[in-house]
Write a protein that binds this ligand. Sequence first.
Ligand code: SF4
Length: 470
Amino acid sequence: MSSTIEVLPGRAASIAVAGEAGGAMVCDKHSLAGSVTQRACVFCGSRVVLYPIADALHVVHGPIGCAAYTWDIRGAQSSGPQLHRNSFSTDMQEMDVIYGGEKKLERALMELIEKHQPKAAFVYSTCIVGVIGDDVTAVCKKVEAAKGIPVLSVASEGFKGTKKDGYRAACEAVYTLIGTGDTKSIGPLSINLLGDFNIAGETWIIRDYFKRMGIEVVATITGDGRVDDIRRCHGAKLNLVQCAGSMTHLAKKMKEDHNIPFLKVSFFGLEDMSAALYDTAKFFGDEQLMDKAKEVVRDEIGKFYPQLRVYKEKLIGKKAAIYVGGAFKAFSLVRALRTLGMTTSIVGTQTGDKDDYAQLREMCDAGTVIVDDSNPLELAKFCLEKDVDLFIGGVKERPIAYKLGIGFCDHNHERKEALAGFVGMFNFAKEVYASCCSPVWNYVPRRARSQRPEVSGQKSDAESQTEVAS
Ligand code: SF4
């Protein structure tokens, strides 16, 4: 199947095909003007990382749209406080832009802290704050002194880089909490979980595996996060970094300043989840711990494997497109799809770097399209050309898939289904099966027409779909 969509010349170097010759992909750069990127802004990057800290106040200093756009942005659950689910904004108006918004921000913080009694407050700078130059840090310091809780400025002006710069700003802000709590009661077999956001309760699933191994989880940063846990997390002996794109910066800082080593892991898919438990046991060099890890893996896989085999029989040979935020999730999804007998025809990320894309080229089947910082037209083009059965992505990719008549699986932070851990792999398989194998896709114009005899002069399905997408 072919399409008439052309890739913009400035984007060509950010696309590669596995198995074909070529140098390193161009990535980790500002999005090309006019390409209508799928990426979010710097502010959004910070907001998604810090949002799950449930007992903190999150105040967006900017026009109301920035706060509305990120309100309750993740399906991050809390086992206690729900303060994070509010979206507080200084709602900057014309006069604030002309005369400055510092006083308004100070008033808002004083009032909100008085009313909600949070453990800490995060203040996010948006584009306009960067333009007019409000001294957010000075306001934060003043309020912190007056109220006696940490008030942290997040330097997340939307225009000043990519979403990845937002991750970094979030790490810098949260880092100021670390090292300020008491670590005396923390035991030798202790870890922090970095970069799991407790979407649909996933952090609780992972915590349970480690608890069964006898490992103490000191802090979860940031899923179901608590300020006091973060303050003492420098007492843990190991950091596990699940979302490498967002949290490697924090892990590196903790290694430099607190001498805590870190391992990059993934909790998605049977292989990667098992490896995360084994690697943790190996790190502590404890035979008994390894035995317990094996026990957890054996028990969990035993529970779900028979049903996974049933799904695999139905899914063998189906083709998928993946477009996600970070590369580590993409690696796991390629492997998880293989477990289900499926192939990955397209894989892309918003924030991957050169090494990530080199690894994807290595691990994917020949012919797989690999793309950095893509846009709707490119994704539509590749989906049509590869005639995929499933698109795995987030809220911005869902309409692309449905318009093309392709099954969709939400693997982003808005989802309501836990997809991490062994049970998560089972949920994933169930959802992939339900999406891919639904009979409804036989009736979408592209597929339905391919069943009919060709009419002379009739446009190909891809051509027609491409025109719609254009
Ligand atoms: S910070 Fe800037 S780019 Fe981000 S939502 Fe607000 S105005 Fe838009």
